[in-house]
Design a protein around this ligand. Structure first.
Ligand SMILES: CC(C)(COP(=O)(O)OP(=O)(O)OC[C@H]1O[C@@H](n2cnc3c(N)ncnc32)[C@H](O)[C@@H]1OP(=O)(O)O)[C@@H](O)C(=O)NCCC(=O)NCCS
Length: 167
């Protein structure tokens, strides 16, 4: 299925049941299971002090990708990607890459200035590390979580890939 068939948009109430049952993790990969838990819990955390926002990729009525983000409460030009997942049946079609680009465009546009898009990626999470490599995301061993990398990419408000999410 080609990229054009997916729509990238803001989360809606009608997505709740699919997001809460979203399956992006492979068996026996605990770092993927952790990312999946964050996604599944995200709808029930909306509106709390965590300030999470959810965006989805959809194919018709089907949720095929989810990204959970939150602006850093102390750093106005920093946004955290708390989890990013592609449904197990839809991987390797560019969905996660498109979602990450859109997070960059969305928050840089909103802020009107450069924004640091930050995430923590487990050192064995090869798909996510490779994806980040392709985007030239910089990484350094996390000072807080030994098995993770802190990954950062700077998003400019005039980046070419300045796609944001549909409402
Ligand atoms: C990581 C993840 C989000 C990637 O989603 P995806 O939609 O399949 O990724 P994309 O199609 O955009 O892949 C882009 C690039 O990432 C790399 N990549 C993706 N999957 C890969 C894999 N299984 N092995 C190696 N590289 C991989 C490739 O470089 C790929 O480019 P290519 O297709 O031209 O080779 C997905 O595997 C997933 O949901 N994993 C479980 C949840 C998770 O661990 N999330 C990250 C932690 S927050």
């Amino acid at each position: 299925m080609g990229d054009r068939e997916y729509l990238y948009r803001f989360y809606r109430d009608e997505d709740q049941s699919q997001v809460e049952a979203f399956r992006c993790a492979a068996r026996r990969r605990p770092w993927e299971a952790k990312a999946q838990v964050v996604i599944r819990e995200a709808p029930s955390c909306l509106g709390t002090e965590e300030g999470n926002e959810i965006f989805v990729a959809v194919a018709g009525d089907l949720v095929v990708g989810v990204v959970v983000c939150a602006p850093d409460p102390f750093e106005p030009n920093t946004v955290w990607i708390k989890s990013l997942g592609t449904h197990v049946d839809y991987k390797k079609q560019g969905i996660a890459t498109n979602m990450k680009f859109r997070v960059m465009g969305e928050f840089a546009l909103r802020t009107g200035s450069a924004v640091a898009v930050v995430s923590e990626v487990h050192k064995y999470n090869i798909p996510m590390l490779r994806l980040n490599d392709k985007l030239e995301v910089s990484r350094a061993p996390s000072t807080e979580h030994g098995k993770y990398f802190d990954c950062v990419i700077q998003a400019e408000p005039d980046i070419e890939t300045q796609n944001n999410f549909h409402s």
